[in-house]
Design a protein around this ligand. Structure first.
Ligand code: NAD
Length: 443
């Protein structure tokens, strides 16, 4: 099939590349000229495991092309995917500006029937807005061309995006038209051979399914963080509690890790947008509001522990930070808990020596060169002369460190672990003061 993808971010680039990998001819369009130039040179603008090799192979074999020309993209594909960002607006709602700009471009250039497939995460009713936008432009042009707008929300996870796309848990397709449903079924057939993972539904339900999934996952995290805060106060160990509750198959072990709060480009904005949708419909979403409030508080957890330990005297201190990305296996720092922590430490007059296996470049892009941020290329180097170590992201490489060497490199043997990577008692036995989330110091 001939496919066009608007947006070459995590979702668009992975979607386009994986669709090319199974034999489709794909054109990816982006308004970011630097990004497209980089892709045309065979370079990948961000780190995502396995993606670079796929892009190079499919580009070399002529199935994957990149352009900034919307007209070229619109002319190419019967299927026109929208995979652009939907950042939060002032009031928390999803900003549809980029989505509608793409709809407008499609409508301006289309000369034959199209199926517009929306992969961006958008509030219920957005397909109607895309449809209205295209109809209005076609009417203005005096063009009578058939089109459909399908909802096909994406569930890939950064850090495992290629695998998730190739072997999806499910593919949600929302459409009221049989012909569109059939075409999407054909498109996803190569990813659907093991068993039928395609779930067809109406457009609005498909749009809401994406928010429901992210809100449920965010709820699990906030629930565990709430429990961890209670464990802290009653001297119980949240890690034992986690293992105890996960054994119940109705609860399960997945996604019930306490930590430094959720971040990233999806959970914070999607929970906010769903809350906004509910209020707009005169419904007070108490649970979702609490999920967000708990997370907001949890993102301050490590900092308040640090403040308590140093009795509020942070000026002039240096903190080693392990982990900048919002989660492992990505360089993405959007709404990462590390950012809030770094900024709080700076505001208190402290400085930071940070190590992250992938996100140093992103941190440099966000913060520029500054004397109170040293980005280290080795994890040990971040420790040199620091007054404490703070672990913010659970990269594998942090799981089994050389504690002896850590103790000699740190000025003071103090660890604030926002991801519960170690067992408190053995670490304390090595001479560290070890703070974890929801765990007594000597558990
Ligand atoms: P991103 O910010 O990484 O990339 C968006 C891209 O769209 C950028 O390269 C931008 O230049 C481009 N763009 C903006 N306007 C454009 C236009 N008019 N024409 C062409 N390109 C344009 O975004 P992302 O992380 O890939 O997310 C895209 C959407 O998918 C969002 O709605 C997001 O919520 C959703 N989503 C993201 C993930 C994820 O893990 N990142 C997972 C599932 C769903």
């Amino acid at each position: 099939m001939r496919i066009t993808i608007f947006g070459t971010g995590y979702v668009g680039l992975v979607t386009g590349t994986c669709l090319a990998e199974v034999g489709n001819h794909v054109v990816c369009v982006d308004v970011d000229e630097a990004k497209i130039a980089c892709l045309q040179r065979g370079e990948v603008p961000f780190f995502e495991p396995g993606l670079a090799a796929l892009i190079r192979r499919n580009s070399a074999e002529g199935r994957l092309r990149f352009t900034t020309e919307a007209a070229e993209g619109v002319a190419h594909g019967r299927l026109q995917f929208i995979a652009v960002g939907t950042p939060p607006a002032e009031d928390g709602s999803a900003d549809l500006g980029h989505v509608l700009a793409v709809a407008q471009s499609i409508a301006e250039h289309m000369a034959d029937p199209k199926i517009v497939v929306n992969k961006s995460t958008v509030p219920v009713g957005s397909a109607d807005r895309v449809r209205a936008c295209i109809s209005a432009e076609l009417q203005r042009r005096g063009a009578d061309i058939d089109f459909d707008v399908v909802s096909n929300p994406e569930f890939l996870k950064e850090g495992a995006a290629v695998d998730d796309f190739m072997k999806p848990d499910r593919v949600i397709v929302g459409t009221g038209r049989q012909a569109s449903a059939e075409l999407l079924r054909q498109l996803y057939a190569p990813f659907n051979r093991n068993h039928d993972r395609l779930i067809m539904m109406d457009v609005r339900s498909a749009e809401l399914t994406k928010y429901a999934a992210n809100a449920m996952l965010a709820t699990k995290i906030s629930f565990m963080n709430e429990l961890a805060n209670i464990a802290d106060r009653v001297d119980a160990d949240i890690e034992r509690v986690r293992i105890g509750i996960g054994a119940d198959p109705r609860i399960g072990y997945d996604f019930i890790y306490p930590g430094a709060g959720y971040g990233g480009s999806c959970f914070p904005k999607d929970v906010k947008a769903l809350v906004r949708t509910a209020y707009d419909m005169d419904y007070a979403p108490q649970l979702l509001q609490a999920v967000e409030d708990v997370n907001e508080r949890q993102q301050g957890y490590l900092y308040s522990r640090i403040q308590a330990h140093f009795a509020g005297e942070l000026a002039g201190l240096t903190f080693a930070l392990w982990g900048l990305a919002f989660k492992p296996n990505t360089e993405d720092m959007r709404e990462a808990p590390s950012r809030r922590l770094i900024e709080s430490l700076w505001a208190a007059g402290a400085s930071v020596r940070a190590f992250d296996p992938k996100a140093a470049g992103e941190a440099r892009r966000i913060y520029g060169e500054r004397s109170d941020l040293v980005l280290c290329s080795k994890l040990e180097d971040a420790l040199d002369g620091a007054d404490a170590l703070v672990i913010v992201t659970e990269w594998n490489v942090f799981r089994s460190p050389d504690f002896e060497s850590m103790r000699t490199r740190l000025k003071r043997p103090v660890i604030f672990d926002g991801r519960n990577l170690y067992e408190p008692r053995p670490v304390a036995a090595l001479g560290f003061t070890y703070y974890a989330v929801g765990r007594p110091l000597d558990s």
